[in-house]
Ligand binder design. Sequence first.
Ligand SMILES: NC(=O)c1ccc[n+]([C@@H]2O[C@H](COP(=O)([O-])OP(=O)(O)OC[C@H]3O[C@@H](n4cnc5c(N)ncnc54)[C@H](O)[C@@H]3O)[C@@H](O)[C@H]2O)c1
Length: 448
Amino acid sequence: MKEATTSNYDIKDINQAEGGRRRMDWAEHEMPVLRQIRERFKKEKPLKGLRVSACLHVTTETANLMVTLQDGGADIVLTASNPLSTQDDVAAALVNQFEIPTFAIKGEDKMTYFKHIRAALEHKPHMTMDDGADLVSSLFFIEMGRFDNLEPSLASWARGLSDQERSELLKGVIGGTEETTTGVIRLKAMEADKVLKFPVIAVNDALTKHLFDNRYGTGQSTIDGIIRATNVLLAGKNFVVAGYGWCGRGLASRARGMGAQVIVTEVDPMKALEAVMDGFQVMSMGEAAKIGDFFCTVTGDINVIDRQHFELMKSGAIVANSGHFNVEINIPALEKMSTGKPNLVRPFVDQYTTKDGRKINILGEGRLINLASAEGHPASVMDMSFANQALSAEYMAKNADKLEKKVYSVPTEIDKEIARLKLEAMGVKIDVLTDQQLKYLSSWEEGT
Ligand SMILES: NC(=O)c1ccc[n+]([C@@H]2O[C@H](COP(=O)([O-])OP(=O)(O)OC[C@H]3O[C@@H](n4cnc5c(N)ncnc54)[C@H](O)[C@@H]3O)[C@@H](O)[C@H]2O)c1
């Protein structure tokens, strides 16, 4: 285990550790599947001797994952996967109580964010654990000498490395895991471009991940983030959800549950049709922009809310994003349409005044609002997501030498086992197929 010293961590305030630890324990109570894995990891040490660099949202749930990996024998460095998602008390607890070197400060600027990624790279990982693929993409850009693609301070550090030092950063990596939809999209693009240098398991693609985490976790916590930031009543308001994927479905149904009239915008006809049949109004953003009171993007796409949409919005509109990157809302375009800088009218609420006198409120600087102004997904869904992470790390440790430089799905056995363990922990019993049913379901002879 690497001891955390002042030179190998960068957090806001070590004195917050006690509170962080209490919140970690609260989350752990809701994570029975991960707890079982942790008990086994303590005995079996499947990650013994492996250096793991994790770039994840630094929350209570992530902290419990880190401790599980540490108990499994891993030597971990943790860095934030978003400048606004860190819970500073949790970062303090990881350093102070578990001696896990952690580099994350809520509200850090871009340079600090990438200084922290550099710390994760300097750990010379055998395994990467990403949420959004910033860690692996930085690693590959450095190894390929594509410094212009890097944040300037990271680029200047990388330029100072010898060719050998650069290639050594990558040499020891046996594989990685990726948590979210956007990261998986980036990794699949890397695979297609033949620049992916090691196998990666797409944790997001496990059913026990996206069916629950993206849908119920993002659904609930995004509403939570919007309410905590604004304290505005949702009932009776027009709530526009951009994107009807896993996150969008959850968000739309939760907003409806709060009494809002939900409008969905989509680009995929199948998803749009599903939203119509689920009972939502579906229209283009150009139409929705005129009537929306709340807007929330969850697409993984760029400029979903753009200048032409801001031009149509009512004064007082509240605009948020819960997709991975802060590019879904074109904030630079809004800045150009506005008179001067925005006013921070409440924490996480930037109010822009357009040149024609309307007020447009952007929440959490357009970063994932459930982590910026709330606490991210509830522990109960992260239990399954992080059980997938822990078991995928174990699988990678055992099988990396047999895998190609590709993006792999989580093995079905792992996915099913997590569902079984979760049901067991919830005390839910289900039926088992009889021999007759097994035979019937695998034959074709019996019909009408
Ligand atoms: N906030 C969180 O904690 C959290 C959690 C999980 C995933 N995510 C992120 O949320 C985003 C969405 O994830 P998902 O799993 O729902 O993905 P998904 O692929 O299931 O859904 C995305 C949907 O957006 C639609 N879309 C794309 N461009 C659009 C546009 N211009 N206008 C309207 N719709 C558009 C797509 O057709 C698709 O249906 C990703 O960036 C993902 O990484 C965030």
